[in-house]
Write a protein that binds this ligand. Structure first.
Ligand SMILES: Cc1cc2nc3c(=O)[nH]c(=O)nc-3n(C[C@H](O)[C@H](O)[C@H](O)COP(=O)(O)OP(=O)(O)OC[C@H]3O[C@@H](n4cnc5c(N)ncnc54)[C@H](O)[C@@H]3O)c2cc1C
Length: 520
């Protein structure tokens, strides 16, 4: 039987199997080497100057089985009943894979391009500032998660579901360490081929994935969805549809609203993206330990309550680059990505304030109240920065002091930055909380509040500002049968892992409706 062992290992020994075996022997008071081990969990503890990895390992005596790799069985679904999935982000792709497991034929419609063609549009976007509204950092194969840092942490409670998402990533080419590390990430350079492998599995098993296929309208009759329209031309019959279009698909929200599908306004968060050098973040987090080959680029997670409201770091990217994440020409939006090695000289993170529907006077009647606010800030930022995807920027201390910056250190943001006083961009209730939070963050991370750091903004696509209601049991829209609101865009996920989990959950709910599954 496997024995669970917990060890604290110094970073310089974390890849040294001999050292780890000796530590296991010490702990179990064993003398011989006739055993093997596998990693279960690994996390860095950098609270004190002597940094350790906290490790959980499973130890097997000679002859015991050590393989616990899960097996996935994907059925041939060429002639099976079809399910329409809108969107090929993490939710749509994992929904597609779950269909293969259950013997359902997934038909995925994606407005954007395949990952390879999409990359060319990103190059144009960075170089010229021209946004393709269907192919950008948010839209296209793999969704918003493809050209990201690929962080795979989640607050999702059900460990089994999380493990399955991670194991599927490993099955399609991610490193096995993502299932072990407490804060796993994949990286922009490695995600695309994993996404392609998922798509190929879906197609090889008889499913369909249609790119450049934007769902442009619905036909809803007698309280149920009857047809969807593709690219304003083709109408396709449907019975049940998973809507996994992400929170940037504003036209989807409009389309649903125009067709009488009830939506609700929802809290989200908005603020700025702050960029430091990675060297500074390493120095703060690793107690002055710099250029340490044994430690990964340091990250941070900060949260403060300021005047009864959460202000927190969001999507922190060690060794990362700030990306232009707008989905339309007349707006600017920031977010961040990192390669697998996180080896850029910069570190960036969103720092955002919670925004609630009640912040606006017409909150009760208008489901679009938070979305309109989000969009107005993005459009104002575009105007203030002067177009071509340049973003407003301000040195961090200047921001806190309300002073416009005269010059800047180099920024990772390729389309360029414009000096703007954020007092002009953000409303006072956001501004004052951000300023206070930065001062408080500096108490936790000495040196964080420095004029060598630069804020870029806005950071506005954090989670959906709209909720598409669904029945908590059946996951179907309460008033329109056949509509299954899914994942981040509908308000039921935040991040790659929880979106993937929700995609699978929606397929299970439909399989129950079709009496192919008795229990979710
Ligand atoms: C730059 C960046 C970095 C990020 N980094 C991380 C990270 O490190 N870790 C993390 O967990 N999360 C990260 N995120 C967030 C993460 O990507 C999302 O939480 C996740 O992708 C949501 O998954 P989803 O499937 O719900 O929606 P999305 O990924 O948004 O996918 C929706 C898909 O639907 C398509 N679509 C939209 N409208 C239509 C239509 N009308 N017809 C057909 N198709 C349509 C879109 O093109 C898109 O491909 C990042 C996001 C960005 C932009």
């Amino acid at each position: 039987m496997a024995i669970l062992v917990q060890l604290r290992i110094k970073p310089e020994f974390i890849c040294d199997d001999f050292h780890i075996k000796e530590a296991i022997k010490d702990q179990l008071k064993w003398k011989n080497d006739d055993f093997s081990f596998i990693w279960k969990k690994r996390s860095i503890d950098a609270r004190k100057p002597q940094i350790f990895y906290n490790c959980t390992l499973e130890v097997f005596q000679k002859g015991e089985c050590t393989s616990d790799k899960p097996k996935f069985e994907f059925k041939n679904v060429k002639n099976s009943k079809a399910l329409i999935i809108i969107g090929a982000g993490p939710a749509g792709l994992y929904a597609g894979l779950r269909c293969l497991e259950l013997g359902i034929k997934p038909i995925i419609y994606e407005r954007g391009k395949d990952v390879r063609s999409r990359r060319r549009d990103l190059a144009v976007l960075n170089k010229t500032g021209i946004v393709n509204p269907d192919s950008n950092y948010c839209f296209g194969e793999g969704g918003a998660g493809t050209y990201s840092d690929g962080k795979l942490y989640t607050r999702s409670k059900k460990r089994g579901d999380v493990d399955k998402v991670l194991q599927l990533f490993v099955h399609f080419g991610a490193e096995e360490s993502i299932a072990v590390d407490a804060h796993p990430h994949i990286g922009t350079n490695k995600l695309p081929q994993i996404i392609v492998a998922m798509r190929e599995q879906i197609i090889n098993n008889g499913g369909e994935v249609h790119f450049n296929s934007k769902v442009s309208d619905f036909l809803i009759e007698d309280g149920g969805i009857k047809k969807i329209q593709i690219n304003q031309v083709n109408w396709i019959d449907c019975e049940d549809v998973i809507i996994a279009t992400g929170h940037s698909a504003r036209d989807m929200f409009n389309m649903l609203h125009d067709n009488g599908v009830r939506l609700e306004s929802k809290s989200f968060a908005l603020g700025v993206r702050v960029e430091h050098t990675q060297a500074l973040i390493d120095k703060i987090q690793y107690h002055g330990r710099l250029n340490d080959d044994y430690l990964p680029p340091a990250s941070y997670a900060l949260v403060e309550q300021v005047e009864d409201r959460g202000v927190y770091s969001f999507c922190m990217c060690p060794g990362g680059i700030i990306a232009p994440c707008a989905t339309n020409e007349n707006e600017v939006v920031t977010n961040g990505w990192s390669p697998s090695k996180r080896n850029n000289i910069y570190s960036n993170s969103g720092i955002v304030v919670a925004i609630h529907p009640d912040d606006f006077s017409n909150s009760k009647q208008d489901p679009f109240v938070c979305l309109n606010f989000q969009q107005s800030i993005e459009q104002k930022a575009y105007q203030l920065a002067g177009g071509q995807q340049k973003v407003p920027a301000q040195r961090l201390l200047d921001f806190v002091n309300g002073v416009q910056s005269k010059d800047f250190p180099r920024s990772s943001y390729v389309p360029g930055i414009t000096s703007v006083n954020f007092n002009e961009l953000l409303p006072p209730f956001v501004l004052k909380r951000l300023k206070k939070a930065f001062v408080l963050f500096d108490k936790k991370m000495k040196g964080f509040l420095t004029n060598d750091a630069v804020i870029h903004g806005p950071e506005s696509r954090t989670s959906s500002p709209i909720l598409i209601p669904r029945n908590p049991e059946t996951l179907e829209h309460p008033e329109v049968s056949g509509i299954f609101p899914c994942a981040e865009g509908a308000g039921y996920a935040g991040g790659i892992v929880s979106a993937a989990i929700d995609g699978m959950k929606c397929v299970d709910a439909i399989a129950c409706k079709w009496e192919m599954l008795t229990q979710k």
